[in-house]
Ligand binder design. Structure first.
Ligand SMILES: [Zn+2]
Length: 88
């Protein structure tokens, strides 16, 4: 992005009506199916943002979803189970 373009954008955003119009355009696009809003969540273990569906439900968590995505969660459970068995 060039300096001029950035300055132009800054002026547009400072225009009080601009953000309202932008929000309206975005809302129209969502209604018309042109833009899809996806809720994503970050998985610390695999360092990626994944769609919420990739996380199993967890009623104890604040957002109702597991901290790790399904593949990471099952991998952690497998490691945990193996450790447990190894100690017995
Ligand atoms: Zn993960």
């Amino acid at each position: 992005m060039t300096k001029d373009k950035l300055e132009q954008l800054r002026r547009q955003i400072n225009d009080p009506g601009y953000m309202d119009r932008a929000v309206n355009v975005l809302a129209d696009n969502i209604v018309n199916g042109l833009v899809e809003l996806r809720v994503t969540k970050y998985c610390k273990r695999c360092n990626t943002y994944k769609e919420e569906d990739a996380f199993a439900n967890n009623c104890k968590a604040k957002d109702g979803k597991n901290y790790y995505c399904r593949p990471c969660q099952s991998e952690l459970m497998r490691i945990y189970q193996e450790r447990k068995r190894g100690k017995l």
